[in-house]
Design a protein. Structure first.
Ligand SMILES: NC(=O)c1ccc[n+]([C@@H]2O[C@H](COP(=O)([O-])OP(=O)(O)OC[C@H]3O[C@@H](n4cnc5c(N)ncnc54)[C@H](O)[C@@H]3O)[C@@H](O)[C@H]2O)c1
Length: 316
């Protein structure tokens, strides 16, 4: 059992607190916004109830046990004091990360490991000298209590033992760590998602399709095969000659990277920021985030359990 502190209790932070709690660790969760911290126990309890209902987690896990295992603490100093693993899950802004790392350098135990959940930032230049050796990236996918992948990246000065410790903790919790030799910005999955997003924004901004057309194409086309074949095994089944011809006879020009999308900007200006605000690309019918997360989680669990039985095709 390790004392774990999670800094940032937003979409990822509260869920990571739950992951570490269920993994047998004692967790302290903090956020600099009081209302976010207050919301976290309800979100964790909802996720937990879904996991228990699906038989993924022992029924002895109830709200009371959860509240003893994950303590919500408003003070950053109090939440990280004595913690051996500090998970940073604050907003994805370099200035905010830099500021919190400066505070953590003063507050962390000498042997504590700092693990950032950053999606895309190279956080290592943002770290003070005192944290360089013991900081890694441990990047999870949402919801992390259902998605098992964890990307682990060392920085240029990271002690390899920090990676080994967090890798072993992840494995012991039944997760699937992928260890990178060095910082690979975007890892694998986020790079692939970023490439897809470029095409999505182009299709939307040029008004060629609707968001529903995109999701229909993914759900009924791309996605069906991915859980069984990934994309590399799928290429083997497609035949590599076709892949080679596809590269030579490219029938359209890939999108040029842009730093914004008119469609996305307009939605955000309208307050449509996604499920947390009730609307995004789609209108979620006034249902609460808790209710929507619960339905998503139930469906993901059913899929995960089916995939466990089916098992992916595996070449060597
Ligand atoms: N959302 C995802 O799907 C996802 C997936 C993987 C990784 N991540 C990464 O996880 C991190 C958090 O993302 P999120 O989606 O949970 O964001 P979020 O906005 O939901 O939560 C971030 C939280 O950090 C808090 N915060 C900001 N500064 C703080 C500080 N100094 N001290 C304590 N709390 C502070 C905010 O109040 C907020 O509640 C980001 O680095 C993001 O890139 C997100």
């Amino acid at each position: 059992m390790t004392e774990v502190a999670v800094v940032g209790a937003g979409l990822m932070g509260h869920a990571l607190a739950l992951v570490y709690a269920l993994g047998g660790h004692q967790v302290r969760l903090t956020d600099n916004r009081a209302e976010t911290l207050q919301r976290a126990p309800g979100l964790m309890a909802t996720a937990l109830a879904t996991l228990v209902e699906a038989g993924e987690v022992d029924a002895s896990w109830d709200r009371q046990r959860l509240s003893h295992t994950v303590r919500c603490i408003t003070s950053l100093a109090e939440s990280v004091a004595g913690a051996k693993l500090v998970v940073e899950a604050i907003v994805e802004r370099p200035d905010a990360k830099r500021a919190v790392y400066a505070e953590l350098e003063r507050l962390l135990d000498a042997d504590a490991i700092l693990a950032s959940n950053t999606s895309n930032l190279d956080i290592f230049p943002l770290l003070p000298d005192g944290l360089q050796k013991r900081t890694i990236i441990a990047h999870w996918y949402t919801p992390p209590y259902l998605c098992d992948l964890v990307d682990l990246c060392p920085g240029p000065h990271t002690d390899p033992a920090a990676i080994t410790t967090v890798r072993d903790m992840a494995t012991a919790m039944g997760k699937v760590p992928v260890v990178f030799k060095q910082m690979v910005q975007g890892y694998v999955a986020n790079r692939l998602q970023a490439a897809m997003q470029l095409e999505v924004y182009r299709l939307l901004d040029e008004r060629l399709v609707t968001p529903k057309d995109i999701d229909d194409s993914v759900i009924h086309g791309l996605a069906l095969r991915i859980p069984i074949l990934g994309i590399m095994a799928k290429a083997d089944f497609t035949g590599l000659l076709l892949m080679q011809h596809g590269m030579k006879n490219r029938s359209y020009t890939p999108p040029v990277p842009r730093d914004h999308s008119d469609t996305l900007d307009a939605l955000i200006d309208d307050g449509r920021t996604g499920v947390m605000s009730g609307k995004g690309y789609f209108d979620w019918g006034g249902r609460s985030p808790e209710e929507l997360f619960r339905e998503r989680d139930r469906k993901l669990l059913a899929l995960k359990q089916a995939l466990r039985r089916i098992r992916p095709m595996e070449g060597t």
